[in-house]
Structure formats: C-alpha cells, structure tokens
Design a binder for this molecule. Structure first.
Ligand code: GAR
Length: 204
C-alpha cells in the first residue's frame, strides 16, 4: 500500500516526533517521514530525526518571535515540497503559520495541542487549565488554520487533573496521552488518504 509522506515541524525536545518515528519503525504507522524541520538550531527534535536517519533541517526564523518571515516561510514550503511531503505535522512547533504554508498545504497541516480545545489555546495550556480550576483537561489533534490553535478538531483525549497537581506533573501526563493520540490520528488520516476509493481520499 502507498505510504503517506509526512514532514514534521517542531521547536522543542521532540517527544511527539520520537513517538511518531518509533511507530513508523515498528511498522505500526503506515507512513514515511521525509523531513524534520526546526526553527531552533539546538532543538532536541533535530537530534531525534538524525537518530532515526531522517533529514533534519534548521530554518533560521528571522526577526519575528511568533511567526516566520514571509521569505523564510516560502523557503519552508519549498523544502517540504522538494521532500515530497503530503501531510505537515506540527509537533511542538511554536510559531503561527501564515499564507505561504496554509495555501501550499490546504487541509494538510495538523497540530497537537495540550488542552481540550477550544479551551486554553496558546502557550502553557496545562498551566491555564490548572489556574482555571479545571478537573479534566487533555490534548487535541486539529487541522491548522490562520488562527491560534483554532482549526477543525480531529481527535481528543482527556487527562484528569489530580488534587495538588503541579504544572510539570500535569504536562507530563498530558504528553503521555499526546504520544498515543497523535500517531493514532495520523494513522487514521493516512488510511483515508491512501484509501482505495475516491470517497475515502476526498474525506481526508
Ligand atoms: C507538546 O506538549 C505540544 O502539545 C505542545 O508543545 C509540546 C511539544 O513537546 N504544543 C503546543 O503547545 C502548541 N500550541 P515535544 O517537543 O516533546 O513534542
């Protein structure tokens, strides 16, 4: 069967990326990862990509803090296209994507976020959930649109908030859930996209 070509983007330690690459290696996720790109030169995610033999590219982000420069984003589009990427996977990528990427990969960019969206978009969602006195939070896989963590929801997993939870402890448990939910959601999309029927493909 044809395997969906992934490109993974991340800014951090890369635990979600590792979970995806491990599942691919174990034959449990029928996709190929063609490239990993980071806006942070020393990000752990780049070392993980190299460990798995996946091309790892640092893309210097330019002068903005929360987005890429337009020319840099066009360069990102070229990198992903040259690698044959069909689905862009944001695994802790901490910049908002703009027109060049959204137009090049319509409905083909997904993100994992550490809350039950639409609650607590943005940074440190687990700290936001604790501060709001929630008893349950979780993680969400969603399509990326022009907003911040606002695109159509694909899958969610709940995580209980325990009495006396700390931000770090809660984030760690959410990340355990992410490492199950994200590869599973990618697998389902891959099945749809490489499905036998035109209907299955258009559902992707
Ligand atoms: C993950 O917890 C992910 O949900 C979060 O960054 C972390 C990356 O961890 N993403 C966001 O908050 C996006 N809004 P990782 O580098 O270990 O995969």
């Amino acid at each position: 069967m044809r395997r969906l070509a992934l490109g993974i983007l991340g800014s951090g330690k890369g635990s979600n990326c590792r979970a995806i690459l491990e599942k691919i290696r174990a034959g449990e996720l029928q996709t190929d990862c063609r490239i990993v790109v980071s806006d942070v030169a020393e990000a752990g995610i780049l070392a993980i990509a190299r460990e798995f033999g996946v091309p790892a590219v640092f893309l210097s982000p330019g002068k903005f803090r929360t987005k890429l420069e337009p020319e840099t984003e066009s360069q990102l589009v070229r990198l992903l296209r040259d690698a044959g990427v069909e689905l862009v996977v944001l695994a802790g990528f901490m910049r908002v994507l703009k027109a060049p990427m959204l137009e090049a990969f319509p409905h083909r960019i997904i993100n994992v976020h550490p809350s039950l969206l639409p609650k607590f978009p943005g940074r440190e969602a687990w700290t936001q959930a604790l501060a709001a006195g929630e008893r349950v939070t979780g993680c969400t896989v969603h399509y990326v649109d022009a907003g911040v963590d606002s695109g159509e929801i694909i899958a969610q997993r709940e995580v209980a908030i325990l009495p006396n939870d700390t931000p770090d402890g809660l984030h760690m448990r959410i990340q355990v859930a992410e490492r199950e939910l994200f590869p599973a959601a990618i697998g389902e999309l891959a099945q749809k996209c490489t499905g036998e029927t035109a209907q299955a493909r258009s559902d992707f």
